[in-house]
Design a protein around this ligand. Structure first.
Ligand SMILES: NC(=O)c1ccc[n+]([C@@H]2O[C@H](COP(=O)([O-])OP(=O)(O)OC[C@H]3O[C@@H](n4cnc5c(N)ncnc54)[C@H](O)[C@@H]3O)[C@@H](O)[C@H]2O)c1
Length: 251
């Protein structure tokens, strides 16, 4: 892989299951990873994973739903590290509610974390990337961003995030900044309940649950120079699950 420079990468939701793989892969490649999550303690643990893998890391607390918290994050990143090259928006929640179970505020909460959160981070950090004529924005969307999904708040948030990604390539036209979504299927993290894990052999053509490390590998590729013309993409990492017409189960 054509990886010329070590980058400074800000990751939100860095203490989560998916980011275990992202942190380890970025660390092993020698990147500086700024691990941001709700709790500073959890972010510190994530930063430890990066260091163990051979990279440099700093930990930050942030609540992506809070404009002031995102502003404070930007200030402390600037003071402690300087500019970032890459933003990975991974903070997210999955609220397993059907339409009838939602009230307006529970629906809005998912949208606020999964969609408005990335928007806040991008709005705050993209201008510096534009000024320096290089940047990579990676939004962790989902297969729920490209197909229908049982839980409407999650589907709406990830569909919005994937479409935000597509739309931002226009904003970033000619700036050297690319914007892409990674759309994972069933990844081995605490977010995935046993019932879904059990269905993997029948619902996923590769018959495999995805290792967070594989998502890290895709993120690593996206920030390499080989990926400089991948822009506005939904990169499915789902074992082919969304390509399988599930009207009936495979016998
Ligand atoms: N696990 C999967 O199978 C899967 C599949 C597709 C997409 N995703 C997406 O991947 C991302 C990571 O998921 P995961 O499986 O690691 O889940 P996770 O619950 O393990 O991690 C999510 C992280 O986001 C953080 N977070 C939540 N709200 C926040 C807020 N307001 N501000 C800052 N941080 C906040 C949490 O503290 C947590 O560390 C999510 O966006 C999720 O929707 C996961």
């Amino acid at each position: 892989m054509n990886m010329q420079k070590q980058r400074t990468v800000l990751v939100t939701g860095a203490a989560g299951g998916m980011c275990r793989g992202i942190n380890a892969r970025l660390g092993a490649a020698g990147h500086m990873v700024l691990c941001a999550d709700l709790s500073l303690e959890a972010a510190e643990t994530a930063a430890g994973t990066v260091r163990e893998a051979g990279g440099r890391a700093e930990a930050f607390a942030v609540d992506v739903t809070d404009h002031d918290s995102v502003a404070a994050l930007a200030d402390s990143v600037h003071d402690r590290v300087g500019e970032i090259d890459v933003l990975i928006n991974a903070a997210g929640i999955l609220d397993r509610k059907y339409l009838k179970d939602h009230d307006a505020s529970s629906f809005e909460r998912t949208i606020d974390i999964n969609l408005v959160g990335p928007f806040r981070l991008i709005q705050r950090f993209a201008p510096d990337m534009v000024e320096r004529a290089w940047g990579r924005i990676i939004n962790i969307s989902s297969i729920a961003g490209v197909t229908g999904y049982p839980y409407p708040s999650y589907a709406a948030s990830k569909g919005g995030l994937s479409n935000l990604t597509r739309s931002l390539v226009i904003d970033m036209w000619g700036t050297g900044v690319t914007v892409n979504s990674i759309c994972p299927g069933v990844v081995d993290t605490p977010m995935v309940i046993q019932e879904v894990r059990d269905q993997v052999p029948r619902k996923v053509p590769t018959e495999q649950i995805i290792d967070p490390d594989e998502i890290g590998g895709v993120a690593l590729f996206l920030i390499s120079d080989d990926a400089k013309n991948i822009n506005g993409a939904d990169i499915l990492v789902d074992g082919g699950a969304t390509r399988f017409f599930q009207l009936f189960d495979r016998q």
